[in-house]
Design a protein around this ligand. Structure first.
Ligand code: NAD
Length: 484
């Protein structure tokens, strides 16, 4: 059988040590792979590449389509971009899979039967990095959630559950507050869940869901969630299972995939042969399954479980009275290699198919191409203004109202302050003035909006941005303000 080419990056901090240890185990287990090494991280940032990766490295990634990546150190300060976010989004790696398993009684945990897989959306939400300072007081980031984005990740979660004999998929969102963005994620979850009758589905509001997961993780199986919640809660899940140092992760797209540890480069532990290579190693196991070498993955993973069970532990999971031997990174890898061919006796042995993981290659069917009727019904004009009270602004803006458009209301940080605002409401210099059609039910056109902005500009007011108010098939495509 031909070897599969893989792009490898050794990263920063503890990265090179844990990558060498992981590759050593995978090779000794019989992985049929050829490595191409690229440089990423600190050294590349220092050469002036703002994303921490050189242009020539993309060629390797786009050709091999499989990236095995050690953690890197993200430089502090402005101007630099997160390499992880850039690789994930540029290569379309929309699904981030993070299994969080406890290994009691060998690794200390309050949750001895935990086995949760977090499926984190990887491309959207608050990670688009579209941020603006709009006024002296106010900065803004955009939370972007698309229907195709939701469909891809939710379908992936259900396909993953089906493929891996998981019984339940739970969705976490905050759609009681973010009714449009998280609301869409939840809606798509319900739609797709209906196609998988053999798998239980449920939805939790993320705050109480997170609390429940931290307290009773055995109540969950697969949990799918938007990017930010998934980022935070997968670290929580990994930590309560035993240690962030133990969790691996895969980032899957329709064409490419990336495999890594969930932890960072732990610079304080670097170059001391101390770090636990298990997270990156388990990312490597997911990589072998992905490229159809489940036989090798099974052999290596079971040897690793046996090593953990035999009490051969690195400093981060070592426990007096439970562990048998405290070892360094290299010695831990050697101990796993020594156990190749063995299976754990107390922990559950793993079993993988030798074929390519179907969930990783499942074609995503997108339903969002259905045409909707879009009608323009108004506009929100955002202003930078520090001229007085809301009523004063209303007087100014009413003067600017053009033919066909009426000032309907003014809000400050989302709170209605005109008409009939409360004097107690705290206001900053960032205002939203909502204009809607003068005649109820009459549509608005772009020319009217341009004229309105011309008048606002001529009156010396500083408009920051506008958001069009549209109905889609008659349903408001914007959040209503209280009282509207
Ligand atoms: P970290 O995950 O590197 O370390 C957190 C804690 O966990 C530290 O106490 C560390 O010693 C310990 N730890 C982590 N991995 C370990 C391992 N394998 N073995 C033993 N102990 C381990 O998080 P941090 O300190 O917040 O971040 C350090 C750097 O890593 C930062 O520059 C951050 O931006 C970067 N980072 C990179 C990635 C990535 O490349 N995927 C992810 C997260 C953070």
């Amino acid at each position: 059988m031909k070897n599969v080419p893989i792009t490898v990056a050794h990263g920063d901090g503890i990265g090179p040590e844990i990558m060498n240890a992981s590759l050593h185990i995978l090779k000794e287990a019989g992985a049929r792979i050829d490595f191409e090494t690229i440089e990423i991280g600190e050294a590349v940032y220092n050469k002036g590449f703002k994303g921490g990766i050189e242009d020539k490295s993309w060629e390797s990634l786009r050709r091999t389509k499989v990236f095995y990546k050690a953690p890197i150190t993200t430089p502090q300060g402005g101007g630099f971009k997160s390499l992880n976010v850039m690789v994930r989004t540029t290569l379309g790696l929309y699904a981030n899979i993070r299994p969080c398993v406890s290994y009691a009684p060998f690794i200390d945990t309050k949750h001895p039967v935990m086995d949760v897989v977090i499926v984190r959306e990887n491309e959207e939400d608050l990670y688009s990095g579209i941020e603006h300072r709009q006024t002296n007081d106010m900065v803004q980031t955009l939370k972007l959630i698309s229907r195709p984005g939701c469909e891809k990740i939710v379908r992936y979660a259900f396909e993953y559950a089906k493929e891996n004999n998981r019984k339940k998929v739970t969705c976490f969102t905050k759609d009681n507050i973010m009714k449009m963005t998280d609301g869409l994620f939840h809606k798509v979850f319900d739609e797709i869940a209906a196609e998988y009758s053999g798998i239980v589905n449920e939805h939790w509001i993320v705050d109480i869901g997170a609390a429940k997961m931290a307290d009773t993780p055995e109540a969950f199986d697969v949990i799918v969630m938007p990017n930010l919640y998934g980022d935070i809660l997968s670290d929580v899940a990994a930590q309560i299972a035993g240690s962030v140092g133990l969790a691996g992760s895969s980032n899957i797209g329709d064409q490419c995939a990336m495999f890594e540890a969930i932890h960072g480069s732990a610079p304080r532990r670097a170059n001391q042969n101390l770090a636990n290579p298990s997270g990156l190693f388990l990312g490597g196991i997911m990589m072998l399954v992905h490229i159809g070498q489940g036989d090798v993955a099974e052999r290596a993973h079971n040897a690793w479980l046996k090593t953990i069970e035999d009490g051969i532990h690195t400093y981060d999971v070592y426990q007096e009275g439970v562990s048998k031997e405290k070892v360094g990174t290299k010695e831990f890898a050697d101990a796993v290699v020594k156990r190749l061919g063995q299976k754990p006796e107390k922990l559950k042995a793993v079993k993988y198919n030798a074929t390519v993981n179907k969930a990783a290659t499942s074609t995503t069917s997108i339903t969002s191409n259905t045409k909707t009727k879009k009608e323009l019904v108004g506009v929100d004009v955002f202003l930078d203004w520090k001229g007085g009270k809301p009523d004063d602004l209303a007087v100014l803006m009413n003067k600017n109202a053009t033919e066909g458009l009426n000032l309907a209301m003014i809000t400050n940080r989302g709170v209605k302050v005109w008409p009939e605002g409360f004097s107690e409401t705290f206001c900053v210099d960032h205002w939203r003035c909502r204009f809607t059609s003068k005649e109820k039910g009459k549509l608005v056109n772009h020319t009217q909006i341009v004229k309105l902005l011309e008048k606002i500009n001529a009156s010396g007011l500083d408009f920051i941005k506008t958001e069009n108010l549209c109905n889609f098939d008659g349903e408001a495509g914007y959040s209503l303000i209280q009282g509207q």
